[in-house]
Every structure is written in C-alpha cells, then in structure tokens.
Design a protein around this ligand. Structure first.
Ligand code: G6P
Length: 368
C-alpha cells in the first residue's frame, strides 16, 4: 500500500502523531480492558512458568525498548534479565541453560544480526519469543512465540511508533510473565492493565508539548553536543533520546544514567553542552534533580522534561521545561517517548536535515 503523509511534512511527524492510535491497537490485542486482564494472543509453545531467566537481544531503538522491558520484567516477574545487542550476542558463546527464554525485538523482523541471534538461541535449545511489527517477516515465521506489534507500516528510518508499540507489548508480556511466576495477583494485574489502558490518552496530552519543543529547537540546533540523563526506566529513554537526535540531526548526543554523570561526562559540561533531563515526579525524582543541579552549578543549560509537580518544584533555572501529564511510574517510559522524539524531529527541522531518510542509515539492516 502506498503510504500517505496526509497533512504532515514528514513520515516521522505523522508516525509520532499516530502513536495514541497504534498503541491503543496494540494494547487491544493483549489486554481485556473490561476484565482488566492480560492475555497473550496465541497459544503458547512453552509454559511461561518454566522461564528462569530472560535474555533480551535486539539492535538500535528496539534494543532500547528491551532495556526498558528489563526493568518491568525484573520488578513484576522477579526473573533475572540480561540484555545485549544482537551483533555481539552470538559471538560471546552465550550460556544456554534449561529455563532460558531469549526475547528478540525487531520492527522489520529482518535485521541480520537479530535474526542470526534468534537462530543461534533456537539451535541452543532456548525458548524463543519475538516482538515483531512486520508479521510476514522472517523472524515472525521462525520464532516459537510471536508477539506482534500493530504499529502499521513505519516509513521514517528513525523508529518512533514501532518503539512505543514494542514497549506496549513488552509491558503486557511482563505482566503475563509475572502472573505465570505467581508474582502478580489478580488485583495487581487489574491495576497494571488499567494503567496501560490510560496510555493512549496520556500520549495525546503529551503531544501538546510540541509547541514548546518547536520553540526551543533552534537554540538546541546550535549545539555540537547534547547530553540526556535519566534514572531507572528513564535511563533507556535518555539513550533513546540521544540516539534519535544523532540519527536525524547529526548532533553528537549521549545518554547517561543520571548518577553516572559525575563519573566522567560532567567534565564536558559548560554553557555550550545542553543537558536534557528526563525526570517524571516519583520515586527517582529527587535523585535525578540533584544530578541536574550539579549540571546547573557548572554553568550547564538544562531542559527539564517532567510533569506539572516536577516542574513547579524544580523547573526554576532551566532553559526550558517540558510538561508531561502526571502518570504512574509504571507507564512513564511510554509517555516520555513523545517529547524525546519531538525534540529530535524539531531540532532536525531547524537544521534542515533529511528527517525521513537520514544519511548513512537504512530502515532495515540486512547485512552484518
Ligand atoms: C536500523 C534502523 C533503526 C532500527 C534498527 C533495528 O538501524 O535505522 O531505526 O531501530 O535498524 O531495526 P529492527 O527492524 O530490527 O527493529
């Protein structure tokens, strides 16, 4: 099918704005909103209760979705999770033991490194599951358990809507695994499912930050380097923010765990290196704020991405504050995805780069 951009300047912009709809579609395949239960879509080829550890393998943005999922799986199912990029995984001679589940994540289902790792894990006798957007792809055919995302065709090279659909599936999977392991009871399942059903509406609210982001984009576009920091599941969101920005604006950007800043990168801070702080109010807020204050004390310019409470308490002194809706900490990564995508998009627009077809990158990389 020929994809249309509609009123949007770029596919990427269209795909960012589609997220409330495609995330709702994807969640609809995994949740029963009335019963407030999770149901994996197909008959399972193995028993989730047998899973003793999870190894997540993917590339690029899909890897960062896996990084967020590692927090969900460990906290909800109490199963240890390891995560590795696919190009390294198979060459490390991985240890395969009974009870090992290898979880692959790929928009295209064709990325050569991820596919080779999937085949390696299957040959090694592991349980194999794959979160895939293209349901006719090689990975979708070869995996034992297919966990489809329903993002629809993604045209922009830099992944946006496929990423949040991956997060949606992975959140549902973490709840299902938690149930199978006896760690999530019916009341907790209902609470978590209810939170997920609130995501599309919260994403719609988050999209309203676009004007504020567009207004500061020309300033950020002048930077040569930009740092992103976050804690907990917002740490992978910092990595994703930096990856998106590099991919489409060609500005050098790095994501760091906020607490790691003092172990090196803080040496880079001056008025020329803006720092994007992803800090929704909640259990990690105060600690991230103190890292932000360390940056400000060294003359660093800060953009604070938080909710109304977070900005009211600690927004003073930042060069800009981006207000997100207040949501439960379980779902914050799905919401903070929106401003980091919009920020990359508007900075790229300000720089005049080719947003949908960035130089040197391909939508799907089928070589090693
Ligand atoms: C390429 C794309 C990225 C994507 C990565 C993994 O590098 O440019 O946006 O995240 O491949 O692709 P996959 O299809 O496996 O998710």
């Amino acid at each position: 099918a020929v994809m249309e951009k509609g009123n949007h300047r770029h596919y990427m912009e269209k795909e960012i704005h589609e997220q409330p709809i495609v995330v709702a579609q994807t969640l609809g395949a995994y949740l029963d909103p009335l019963a407030e239960t999770v149901a994996l879509p197909r008959e399972l080829p193995f028993d989730l209760a047998d899973v003793k550890r999870v190894q997540i393998v993917a590339c690029g943005t899909a890897l960062l979705a896996g990084h967020v999922a590692s927090y969900w799986i460990e906290s909800l199912a109490r199963v240890p999770v390891a995560i590795e990029n696919a190009s390294e995984y198979r060459y490390r001679d991985p240890v395969y033991e009974p009870g090992g589940l290898c979880l692959f994540i790929s928009q295209s289902g064709e990325t050569a490194d991820t596919l080779a790792a999937l085949r390696h894990a299957a040959a090694g006798g592991q349980m194999v599951a794959a979160v895939v957007n293209v349901d006719t792809s090689t990975m979708a055919r070869e995996t034992q358990l297919l966990l489809p995302t329903h993002a629809g065709p993604e045209v922009g090279v830099a992944s946006t809507k496929a990423f949040t659909c991956q997060l949606s599936v992975l959140a549902a999977f973490a709840i299902a695994l938690g149930k199978a392991k006896g760690r999530v009871d019916a009341a907790e399942e209902a609470r978590l499912v209810h939170l997920l059903t609130e995501v599309p509406a919260a994403m719609n609210v988050a999209l309203r930050c676009e004007e504020a982001i567009a207004a500061m984009a020309p300033t950020l576009a002048k930077a040569r380097d930009i740092l992103y920091i976050g804690r907990g599941p917002d740490y992978p969101m910092a990595l994703e923010g930096a990856l998106k920005l590099k991919e489409i604006s060609y500005i050098h950007a790095e994501g760091y765990a906020a607490g790691e800043l003092k172990h090196g990168p803080i040496a880079l801070i001056d008025e020329h290196v803006p720092v994007i702080v992803i800090a929704p109010s909640g259990p990690r807020f105060e600690k991230t704020v103190s890292n932000m204050q360390e940056v400000m004390a060294r003359g660093g310019r800060v953009v604070l991405i938080s909710d109304a409470e977070g900005i009211a308490s600690h927004g003073q002194g930042s060069m800009a504050a981006i207000t997100l809706p207040t949501v439960d900490p379980f779902i914050t990564p799905l919401i903070s995805a929106i401003p980091v995508q919009l920020l990359a998009y508007h900075v790229a627009l300000a720089k005049g780069t080719d947003v949908d077809q960035p130089r040197n990158l391909a939508k799907s990389v089928t070589v090693e």
